[in-house]
Write a protein that binds this ligand. Structure first.
Ligand SMILES: [Cu+2]
Length: 480
């Protein structure tokens, strides 16, 4: 009955996987709330003016299309001369709102759905309106489509449970009949041995097919975009090939012997207690291979981590739930000090504005790097442990609150070159979070651009420095 049990468990697993898939694609007030909390609460409240105006009933004041344009890039809308945008901007003393171009239209719509639900919640409950949001949202089209998905999920779940019950009942009945007849109806030894072979052939075939079909979609297919990346890829490939060979040999032997020595009375395995030579061989060979791999890895790691380049440009990468900032050290190439006590609405990174080194620092929402120019990234986390992953540059480093980490590297391929190479005009490098750090972890990413020297200089000049030299440090203007 083992196989049947396994089969029923598998069905359950498939049903659960579907469940997961559906809940990911459903977008709703819930999603809007998470996005709003992650991106907007620094400057907005529903009922009160904070940095930006109160957002209550904004869906009534403005058209949806206008809101999408505004939220994605308010500055562009203002510059286009849109009368409403210019007016809102003026009314708020020309304060800057962050652009959210990485949000999709649907994500913006779910934020609007959330604002709408909050606006309609009774005023008294508005501040603690968590419980009221789902029902209020059910009136909008998107929320009802997610209700639909939930219904389908439950149906799948019920079907899976019924299947499990049927399969286990049938196998019980067959077992009983076999008992009565004194001879099992299903020969499990034979069935299992055939299933073992089937598993080997299908599983191995699928693994190789997966490789052939999808490896071109991995980050390895684009080749490394950094100086140390080639060495990293070599290490990866050598390890993959060695373990791949061992994997194939051991799996084939394992399943083949299971098949060959099934208890059918014909094949009897040889009893072979021990052989020192063979034991020695299969201990020493893996030990030597692993030692070589590890030593080589350590050498690569040391070369990558402990080279100190005086010319390297200092950039701080700041991680918070849920986003990234980059802080450039400016002309002096010295990052100003920081202090968590200074963290506030207008100084999200808590930069110490009394430190002269901070005056020319530049804070951005995009990471621009100059091609062939070494950079030294210093990582800092505001809240929980994050992990900075720059897949195309083969860089990853944990970002831990209170524990400075760093990684120095040199990008070698500009964004434009990579777009041409991949034949993807919309390609962009990314910095992703690689630690499950909370509800909106999945969208914690920052666009990375590798520029030519001229483009980089143009870009950095267009950014505002943290503290205008003509104003006193206490009047610091933070950028984001
Ligand atoms: Cu994170």
């Amino acid at each position: 009955m083992k196989i049947l049990n396994l089969l029923s468990k598998f069905t359950l697993l498939v049903a659960l996987a579907f469940n997961f898939h559906f809940s990911l694609s459903a977008q709703s007030v819930e999603e809007g709330k998470a996005l709003y909390n992650a991106n907007c609460t620094a400057c907005h409240a529903i009922n009160d003016k904070v940095v930006g105006p109160a957002l209550k009933d904004v869906h009534k004041r403005r058209e949806e299309a206008w809101l999408i344009k505004w939220i994605k890039n308010s500055q562009a809308l203002i510059k286009s001369g849109d009368a409403t945008a210019v007016q809102v901007y003026k009314e708020n003393n020309e304060a800057l709102m962050t652009s959210f171009e990485n949000l999709s239209d649907n994500e913006v719509k779910s934020i609007i759905a959330y604002i709408k639900a909050e606006s309609e919640a009774p005023a008294a409950a508005a501040t603690a309106a968590v419980a009221s949001t789902p029902s209020a949202g059910a009136t909008s089209g998107e929320a009802s489509s997610s209700d639909w998905n939930t219904a389908i999920n439950w149906m799948l779940f019920v079907i899976a449970i019924i299947l499990v019950l049927i399969i286990s009942t049938v196998s019980k009945i067959l077992g009983r009949i076999g008992d009565i007849q004194g001879k099992p109806i299903i020969n499990w030894n034979k069935t299992n041995s055939i299933l073992l072979m089937a598993f080997l052939i299908i599983g191995m075939g699928a693994a190789f097919w997966e490789f052939a079909a999808h490896s071109k979609h991995t980050v390895f297919s684009s080749g490394p975009a950094s100086e140390h990346g080639g060495e990293y890829d070599n290490m990866f490939m050598i390890t993959l090939i060695l373990t791949g060979i061992v994997f194939v040999i051991t799996q084939v032997l394992l399943f083949w012997y299971g098949f060959k020595y099934k208890a059918d009375g014909k094949h009897k395995a040889l009893y072979y207690p021990d052989n020192h030579k063979i034991e020695l061989l299969w201990t020493v060979i893996p030990a030597v291979v692993l030692t070589v791999l590890v030593i080589r890895g350590l050498m690569t790691w040391n070369a990558m981590m402990y080279k100190k380049d005086e010319k390297a440009r200092n950039i701080e990468i700041y991680a918070y739930q849920f986003g990234w900032n980059a802080r450039y050290a400016g002309v002096d190439n010295k990052l100003g000090a920081h202090n968590f006590r200074e963290q506030g609405k207008m100084n999200a990174l808590g930069v110490d504005t009394n430190d002269v080194n901070a005056y020319d620092d530049v804070i951005t929402n995009e990471l621009h790097l100059e091609v062939n120019q070494p950079v030294d990234l210093a990582f800092r986390a505001k809240d929980v442990i994050h992990s900075a992953l720059l897949p195309h540059f083969r860089v990853q480093m944990n970002v831990v609150p209170g524990l400075p980490t760093r990684f120095a590297f040199t990008p070698t391929v500009t964004t434009a070159e990579m777009r041409k190479k991949l034949n993807k005009p919309e390609f962009d490098y990314v910095l992703l979070c690689n630690k499950i750090c909370g509800g909106a972890h999945y969208r914690m990413k920052m666009k990375v651009v590798v520029d030519t020297k001229a483009d980089y200089e143009k870009w950095i000049k267009s950014q505002k420095v943290l503290v205008n030299k003509n104003t006193s440090s206490s009047q610091a203007v933070a950028l984001n």
